[in-house]
Design a protein around this ligand. Structure first.
Ligand SMILES: *[C@@H]1O[C@H](CO)[C@@H](O)[C@H](O)[C@H]1NC(C)=O
Ligand SMILES: *[C@@H]1O[C@H](CO)[C@@H](O)[C@H](O)[C@H]1NC(C)=O
Ligand SMILES: *[C@@H]1O[C@H](CO)[C@@H](O)[C@H](O)[C@H]1NC(C)=O
Ligand SMILES: *[C@@H]1O[C@H](CO)[C@@H](O)[C@H](O)[C@H]1NC(C)=O
Ligand SMILES: *[C@@H]1O[C@H](CO)[C@@H](O)[C@H](O)[C@H]1NC(C)=O
Ligand SMILES: *[C@@H]1O[C@H](CO)[C@@H](O)[C@H](O)[C@H]1NC(C)=O
Ligand SMILES: *[C@@H]1O[C@H](CO)[C@@H](O)[C@H](O)[C@H]1NC(C)=O
Ligand SMILES: *[C@@H]1O[C@H](CO)[C@@H](O)[C@H](O)[C@H]1NC(C)=O
Ligand SMILES: *[C@@H]1O[C@H](CO)[C@@H](O)[C@H](O)[C@H]1NC(C)=O
Length: 519
């Protein structure tokens, strides 16, 4: 718009904008190194059971989107080791969530079962996803006292057979190409016995958890899967379950376990800080590493179980809510990893029948914020084999793509950031593995390379925010700026903003994720 000549040059709003720019927040990354990061990922529950019916080209494209550098470049994949033995006394009722166990009810192993899950697991391995976890919701029906993969509570006499079964399965897949298998999680949300059989699950009372981990560690040690680490106990809720239960279950098992937790009570920052203080207290200030292994389905940013509910929100609003959970656990609990629940799941309706807005718009009455990408639940009828993307997928890409395994996290002081803005910073390791020929012998060595700093800003304000970011460490300059907004998915900003007096002047768009790279 052209202003008439007699219009004052600087109107009040313009002055306000100029002032805001002069007083843009100046941010300096704290020089104290924090935890070493391992991975960012999602699980393979239970969409492979549907995707296996999609055209082969779509399956390959989805694998490429999740695992390759052209896509999200996830550094973690959680394979769900199923519990269905074939002729169980009861089967899970939710469509598509039945997962075949390699152990039949009559005690015979059949390695051709769960073809759907295994095909995507193999894709993850082909792309060399560095952290593969096998997680178990329920012991297989052959071991369960009720002959089902749901609705029971682990008993002391079934611990050893369950441990032996796990070791058999892990040893098999390690020797059949799944070499990046790093962790086993023998129980998932063990406070819930899933007696409605809506999904697989078994309860494990707190006093049996440490004995289970110990029996499993011993069995693993004596097998070809001895290098696999145990993570646990994947408690659903931090404040109401993990806080009171950890002293009873996890901390009794001394043998190098790694804590894995979910956040389905969506604790506030103070509640989470209390939890971390308690595990530090219990371990004399040397807590085991913590992995954040599952979240989904929050409808709003807040705390308490009521946040969980039905909603389908593919927009930046929910992506920013989840990004803040990642910030919360990485910063307050020093989590070394962050996994979203499931990589793919069904839309609340069919775009071909109900209209494309079914996939593109917020639905406050149906669906769940549980996938990174979605597909039509009625694909057999509609022949709609499209994959529908959400902003959560690109949110995960900001974490997985730029904060690679081995990077070290640094705090970005919250008091320097405007309200509604959070940030995560990390620095890559300076030494990198390099293959090649050494002096007289051949093998692998390390070479020193300049580190890359990645700083991710999450702007939940509905207007742009200016940030003056002091160049971290000894970096020479800003090399890349990538942003995700309601209009853009992980797009490079060009030209890059100028540096001034050792700082980068960044403008964070409204409702955005912005990653700045410095080398
Ligand atoms: C499972 O799918 C069938 C066929 O699509 C449908 O009729 C049934 O209602 C579904 N059941 C549940 C529990 O969603
Ligand atoms: C168990 O069941 C499978 C499938 O029916 C069969 O192939 C196998 O021989 C059975 N094994 C035993 C020990 O009965
Ligand atoms: C089915 O279950 C019965 C026990 O109820 C068992 O004897 C039989 O071997 C099972 N069959 C398979 C194929 O697992
Ligand atoms: C499952 O848990 C519910 C709720 O705690 C309990 O009432 C029920 O008895 C349990 N069922 C079994 C089979 O353990
Ligand atoms: C398993 O092996 C590790 C490494 O050798 C050892 O530290 C640990 O004590 C062993 N645990 C058991 C239960 O055998
Ligand atoms: C730490 O443990 C002691 C007792 O061992 C207890 O008195 C104290 O309240 C605990 N502090 C926290 C922060 O959990
Ligand atoms: C972002 O702001 C919206 C209101 O504009 C709010 O509903 C949402 O909970 C906020 N998200 C976070 C992560 O603070
Ligand atoms: C929300 O989902 C319901 C249930 O499938 C559907 O009837 C409705 O059309 C959806 N709303 C939008 C905006 O797509
Ligand atoms: C789609 O069809 C295949 C093959 O008939 C079937 O196995 C699968 O369960 C169907 N999926 C759904 C969601 O109905």
């Amino acid at each position: 718009m052209r202003y008439p000549l007699n219009r004052p040059v600087a109107t009040l709003p313009v002055l306000a904008t100029l002032l805001a720019r002069c007083y843009a927040s100046t941010v300096t990354i704290d020089p104290q190194p924090k935890q070493t990061l391992t991975s960012f990922g999602a699980s393979g529950a239970w969409w492979p059971n549907d995707l296996v019916h999609f055209p082969q080209s779509t399956q390959v494209a989805l694998g490429n989107f999740l695992f390759s550098k052209d896509g999200l470049w996830l550094s973690s994949y959680r394979y769900n080791m199923g519990g269905d033995g074939g002729n169980d006394t009861q089967q899970v009722t939710a469509n598509g969530s039945r997962v075949e166990s390699f152990l039949l009810r009559n005690g015979t192993y059949d390695w051709n079962r769960d073809q759907a899950g295994i095909s995507f697991l193999k894709m993850a391995q082909q792309y060399a996803v560095p952290y593969i976890t096998f997680f178990i919701n329920a012991a297989p029906s052959a071991i369960a006292v009720n002959g089902a993969a749901c609705g029971w509570s682990l008993t002391a006499d079934r611990i050893q057979p369950f441990a032996n079964y796990i070791v058999t399965v892990l040893s098999y897949w390690l020797s059949h190409g799944i070499t990046d298998l790093k962790y086993i999680s023998p129980m998932n949300e063990p406070d819930n016995n899933r007696s409605d059989c809506g999904q697989e699950g078994m309860a494990v009372v707190p006093s049996l958890r440490a004995p289970m981990f110990q029996a499993l560690r011993k069995a693993l040690n004596a097998s070809s899967a001895s290098r696999v680490d145990i993570i646990g106990d994947e408690t659903s809720r931090v404040v109401t379950q993990a806080l009171p239960e950890d002293p009873v279950d996890l901390l009794m098992s001394s043998d190098g376990y790694i804590i894995a937790i979910h956040n389905y009570d969506y604790p506030d920052d103070a509640g989470l800080a209390t939890y971390y203080a308690s595990i530090q207290n219990l371990t004399g200030g040397h807590p085991p590493p913590v992995k954040f292994t599952e979240t989904c389905c929050s409808t709003t940013f807040g705390s308490g179980p009521s946040v969980f509910g039905e909603q389908y929100d593919p927009t930046m609003t929910n992506a920013l809510i989840v990004a803040r959970y990642a910030w919360q656990f990485l910063t307050i609990v020093q989590a070394e990893s962050f996994d979203w629940w499931t990589a793919a799941t069904t839309l609340p309706c069919s775009p071909k029948i109900d209209g494309l807005q079914c996939a593109t718009q917020i639905n406050n009455t149906a669906g769940y914020n549980s996938g990174l990408v979605y597909y039509d639940p009625n694909y057999n009828q509609t022949r709609d084999f499209n994959i529908y993307y959400t902003k959560r997928a690109f949110m995960m890409k900001h974490f997985a793509y730029f904060h690679r395994p081995g990077s070290v996290r640094y705090d970005v002081p919250q008091q320097q950031l405007p309200a509604g803005v959070h940030a995560i910073a990390s620095k890559t390791s300076t030494s990198q593995m390099s293959g090649g020929w050494g002096w007289g012998n051949w093998g692998w060595g390390t070479k020193s390379v300049a580190p890359t700093w990645s700083v991710l800003f999450m702007n939940n304000q509905t207007r742009p925010v200016d940030i003056t970011l002091e160049i971290p460490g000894k970096a020479a300059g800003l090399t890349r700026l990538v942003q995700t907004t309601n209009e853009q998915d992980f797009e490079d900003v060009s030209p890059l903003p100028p540096l001034s007096r050792g700082s980068a002047m960044l403008q964070l768009p409204a409702s955005s994720l912005v990653t700045a790279l410095f080398v």
